[in-house]
Write a new protein. Structure first.
Length: 488
């Protein structure tokens, strides 16, 4: 039995470790590419057109939050053969996405007006085509994740990014404005959908197995409800920025948010593409699950906290150098949104862990309470200090409301929270030092490029030292196994 368990652990280790590596590479290449393309588009379009596209993006993400009723994640964590439920998941996803597309098409004028930009209606309607695409490929994408096919996923994602990006740039140069971004987004999504269907394990099939339908809906609907609240909590700030401050200020805010999200996208999202499946395969061994979670959390914090606080400290020279003088108001939001990004990274990993531990109802409670505190705080912050006050409100609510609630539910799941917090002490101190150094350097060097370069040196050095300190844990994560638990 021990030899068999060792073999399973090593098999999981090889597949999860390889998938994690490809996922990191995929995300890093995508983010670097989209960062460069985003800079070009921001300079070409300016804050007003960028704000119009931001209105459409908020509408799209609102629908995608619950587009397939949460059932696609069941494929990732299903204890049996996921191919048996895939046709039912595909049918649910396709039907729900079709209904939501029609509803969003007719609701677009009202939403655009509420966001302060009625002219965004055509852009919103075009962007909502992605709802249909997303629903169609929900099962193929989940099967790829379940089978750790991150190398194939990288090709699909890169096609999406680069086809859409080059088309958008060409159309922006031709004078299409915000519509250029929407056309590029839809074209990239459609082409990547074809590749998902072509390369995913098994073929795309529709069906309705009534024996698994209740179990799928019991699993998915609470997650869909939680995802709606997650979206509202994640985008309440942008909705407030648009409705209270107008589309141009929304453009500044979204640019700052996108830049602050860079550490989240590069480091957190690759882990999220692998961690749920790894946690699910370890769900019968609570010791292995908790140790894996604690190890991932510690290393993730050591890697990302100094970088997040570097962005916060060097916000002003970074915006000036990268995007130009017309975008300088975005720095007011960036310095706080970068701090928020650090919280988001920790929250997302905790979210995935609690999903696998079947605490989906608890997650819904967390998001509802988060949102309840976020809405009034965001409005007060925006009216008092513009986008800077709006961003600061997010940080206060995350620290005072959301973090303690995640800690409580992790404790209820059986995790020794005090041990996890102990793993975060050194990364937090390292991040504070990196942020303070960046702030001092940015204030003392007038040249924006030079300030960015010099400010990054302490942060990168701190990250290198922290990762060297955690080299044993990094080795553990590469193996993605729990030898002590297996031996027991």
């Amino acid at each position: 039995m021990k030899i068999e368990s060792d073999g399973k652990a090593h098999a999981l280790g090889g597949s999860a470790s390889g998938a994690l590596g490809w996922s990191f590479l995929n995300t890093a290449v995508s983010r670097l590419g989209t960062l460069g393309i985003g800079i070009a588009l921001a300079r070409l379009l300016g804050p007003e057109a960028f704000g119009t596209f931001a209105v459409a993006t908020v509408a799209l993400y609102a629908i995608l939050a619950f587009n397939e009723l949460g059932v696609s994640l069941a494929i990732v964590r299903w204890p049996g053969d996921p191919h048996a439920i895939a046709p039912t998941v595909t049918t649910i996803s396709a039907v729900s996405s079709s209904v939501l597309f029609v509803a969003s098409y007719f609701a677009a004028p009202t939403f655009s007006a509420a966001m302060g930009d009625p002219n965004a209606t055509p852009v919103v309607r075009l962007m909502c085509v992605c709802i249909l695409v997303n629903g169609l490929v929900a099962s193929p994408a989940a099967l790829m994740q379940r089978e750790f096919m991150q190398r194939t996923r990288m090709i699909v994602d890169q096609v999406n990014v680069w086809v859409g990006a080059f088309l958008s740039i060409g159309l922006a140069v031709a004078g299409f404005g915000a519509m250029s971004l929407a056309i590029g987004r839809v074209a990239g999504a459609a082409l990547s959908a074809a590749l998902f269907i072509l390369w995913a394990p098994g073929r795309l099939r529709f069906g309705l197995d009534r024996s698994v339908l209740p179990a799928l809906l019991r699993f998915g609907l609470p997650l869909a409800g939680a995802s709606i609240i997650v979206f509202a909590a994640g985008y309440a700030d942008q909705i407030v920025a648009g409705s209270v401050l107008g589309p141009t200020q929304l453009g500044f805010y979204v640019l700052a948010f996108n830049l602050a999200s860079w550490p989240v996208s590069v480091f957190s999202q690759p882990l999220r593409s692998v961690a749920p499946a790894a946690f699910a395969r370890l769900q019968h061994d609570a010791t292995a699950m908790t140790e894996t979670f604690r190890s991932v959390m510690g290393v993730l914090a050591a890697l990302t906290l100094p970088l997040c606080l570097l962005l916060a400290g060097a916000a002003t020279p970074l915006i000036e150098f990268v995007y130009g003088g017309q975008w300088m108001p975005a720095a007011d939001a960036l310095r706080w949104l970068a701090v928020l990004a650090a919280f988001r990274i920790m929250f997302e990993l905790a979210y995935d862990y609690l999903v696998v531990r079947r605490f989906t109802g608890s997650l819904l409670v967390v998001q509802i309470v988060w949102l309840a505190g976020l809405i009034p705080a965001s409005i007060i912050g925006a009216k008092a200090e513009g986008i800077g006050g709006l961003a600061l409100a997010q940080v206060i609510v995350a620290a005072v409301v959301t973090a303690p609630m995640y800690g409580w539910f992790l404790h209820r799941s059986g995790l020794a929270v005090h041990r996890t917090v102990g793993r975060l002490v050194v990364p937090v101190l390292a991040g504070i030092i990196a942020g303070a150094a960046a702030l001092a350097i940015a204030a003392s060097i007038s040249n924006a490029f030079l300030a960015c370069v010099v400010a990054s040196v302490p942060a990168l050095a701190i990250v290198a030292v922290a990762l060297h300190r955690d080299r044993a844990t990094l080795h553990y994560l590469r193996e993605m196994r729990a030898p002590e638990a297996v031996s027991a």
